[in-house]
Design a binder for this molecule. Sequence first.
Ligand code: URQ
Ligand code: ZN
Ligand code: ZN
Length: 480
Amino acid sequence: MALLIKNGTVINADQTLKADVLCDNGKIVAVGPDLDAPANAEVVDAAGQYVMPGGIDPHTHMQLPFMGTVASEDFYTGTRAGLAGGTTMIIDFVIPSPQQPLMEAYATWREWASRAVSDYSFHVAVTWWDDSVHEDMGRLVKEEGVNSFKHFMAYKNAIMAEDETLVNSFNRCLELGAMPTVHAENGELVYHLQQKLIAQGLTGPESHPQSRPSEVEGEAANRAIRIAQALGVPLYLVHVSCKEALNEIARARQEGQRVYGEVLAGHLEIDDSVYQNEDWGFAAAHVMSPPFRPKEHQAALWKGLQGGTLQTTATDHCCFCAEQKAMGKDNFSMIPNGTAGVEDRLMILWDSGVNTGRLTMNEFVAVTSANTAQIFNIYPQKGRIVEGADADIVIWDPTLEKTISAKTHHQNVDFNIFEGRTVKGAPSHTISHGKVVYANGELFVEEGAGRYIKRPSFSSPFTAQKRFNEVNAPSAVNRD
Ligand code: URQ
Ligand code: ZN
Ligand code: ZN
């Protein structure tokens, strides 16, 4: 059934226009003034509201097995919560155990994600190295539409990639036209500092940030950037949390190196005072890595986002409930690392970004959707309101006030790092595949409706645009 969105203002990263939007067969089929509704079309009146590309969250971990437990959010509940917050696509992570074949882990995650209610894709982590990893990376790019590979420089004795793996894998990314991405913390330093704090009997969650100070992130960010520079491969740094890492990216970009940075909504808004809270559970609920930082880092991250040193926003949505966090009751290094946010990101970025004047509405679209689509080579299929694009849309009511709370959020976790935060501006409708899946507080999702989105390698220029044109060529689009 067709859907016509009337009387709204379309916001793309590079344009603002009063226009109606007609969707049919899961695609945007027309954008323009005074469009007529086809017979039997559903019509949504978006007067006074903004019609934007649905959010893309490039960093989530649904049902991740990690630190002896499994994240409490699965692909069904997590993508459902995302739709309630205007996010219509996630890029999650396949994380093979060391020595586990990448293709085997990929098949497992694809099976888990089949319950998703919105579109999804996967970065694949390289957690070990041998010729079979080299081989599987090639299969994932050529056969499965994976164009990004993750490297955890932290988490020693678990999934940490040593320099040898970084060099081999980054080089393989270059051969394949894939984007290497990193979690940049020096895992050896973290391990050393953790042992030191524990030996001193400092086992509470307040020691978590002490074990991974911002210089530990700065070192790893610089190392990854220099390795990428030496090999001539681009680089994407996930969850940049501090000035030191930000400055390494700025220096590299200033030198013309192709380096991208991602920032989490949480790291933009929350500081390290949370770890001083005398409530153990409250402090532990904020244990994630990199940790929340002293206040001056939030200001620097906002400037980085405004100034283009950072290009994307994400959440690193990785949920653990109170009893899971309690696994680290006697030793902070055993507290499962992770916090939620997939439902809150757009509201936080709008309230702290657009409402404060830090971001224009166009920049909001860039950092919540379009830039991710471009960096990971699925633009303009995703990330733009344009004829031929997927009809993944958020209708944004700038007057709608909400108070964020674990009591009312759709995320399958008993804590919200933005608890009690009142925001102004929120989705009134979310549209996925041209269907209204969220309207005025109600969800209308279908388990398994989400599709796996292939992302072409970067080997040939304009791949995504070329594919977009092919798919949308008049002969290829069956207009009824
Ligand atoms: O490091 C990550 O990105 C995963 C394991 C989620 N946990 C976290 O603390 N960021
Ligand atoms: Zn990480
Ligand atoms: Zn992560």
